[in-house]
Design a binder for this molecule. Structure first.
Ligand SMILES: [Zn+2]
Length: 285
């Protein structure tokens, strides 16, 4: 499929704009692989320092609870590393990433649509997109049956309570705007901002001559490491550019190339791992 967009690196908010207030309330490490993102509300009003205040609350050992991230309308505060287990949703602590949003489970639809909530949901969607990308979690809301069956995706604390019956919390509430939130997550996952300009019916026909056979050396992206020769990287980047992905043709396989490759792979229904293997290479021909 041709994507006429300008895919950008997902901006998981540079780490510098994410504050850190470490919570002692956690289990070191992970008992189970990360599988789900669990959405919570902090049961607070709407003010600009809610995330900081709740993070300070989680920083006290006596609180005996935590989350990975707290988000309000203008900030993200990290309390627990993804690699550690936060205490937020019994039943899905061991395999969950926990995100706490400013607001209340009892909010009406209109309250989830005010300016404050729009900013909050936008910040939260960027974070959840970064998680989905990093941990290979599909950006979809799980039904309770899917959650029970061990599938991967996004759910609310209420869903965890209903499935595992170890809590009576019902956040983020019946009026949480799930459909638009999941759409926003997918928006950021697909590059954030750029909408396809015009749906094209096919790939551009102009090709860089004959598409060469796969060079046979897997390009494994790790920061600063490319196992493909610079010439092959240049061929790959030139083809992505010709397919109208935003990319600098410099022969260096860096994070921008990995990000553009992932967007290309999603469009081609391939595993979006950012690594150019034979299937990905052939799909570009
Ligand atoms: Zn909760």
């Amino acid at each position: 499929m041709y994507v006429g967009a300008c895919p950008k690196l997902i901006e998981p908010r540079s780490e510098s704009s994410v504050k850190t207030v470490v919570s002692p309330n956690k289990t070191k490490g992970r008992i189970a692989p990360i599988r789900v993102v669990i959405v919570h509300t902090m049961e607070t009003g709407e003010s600009s320092n809610v995330a900081e205040n709740v993070a300070a609350y989680f920083a006290r050992a006596s609180t005996n609870a935590s989350a990975h991230l707290c988000v309000d309308n203008n900030s993200v505060v990290r309390c627990v590393a993804d690699s550690d287990t936060a205490w937020a949703a019994p039943g899905c602590n061991s395999d969950g990433l926990q995100i706490e949003l400013a607001g209340r489970a009892g909010q009406l639809k209109a309250q989830w649509a005010d300016e404050y909530s729009k900013d909050l949901l936008d910040l939260a969607a960027r974070q959840v997109a970064a998680w989905c990308d990093k941990h290979n979690i599909p950006a979809r809301r799980l039904t309770r049956a899917q959650l029970r069956a061990g599938q991967r995706g996004i759910a609310g604390h209420a869903d965890v309570s209903a499935v595992y019956k170890r809590s009576d919390h019902w956040d983020p509430g019946d009026n949480f705007p799930w459909t638009s939130f999941i759409a926003k997550v997918n928006h950021y996952l697909d590059g954030g901002g750029a909408q396809p300009s015009k749906p094209a019916t096919s790939k551009p026909t102009a090709k860089p001559g004959d598409w060469p056979a796969f060079p046979g050396r897997l390009l494994s992206y790790r920061p600063g490491t490319a196992l493909m020769s610079g010439a092959d990287v240049t061929t790959w980047q030139s083809r992505l550019k010709q397919l109208r992905y935003t990319i600098t043709v410099d022969g260096q396989y860096g994070p921008m190339t990995a990000a553009a490759t992932k967007v290309f792979q999603r469009a081609e229904h391939l595993d979006a791992d950012g690594v150019v293997g034979p299937k990905t290479w052939r799909a570009a021909a």
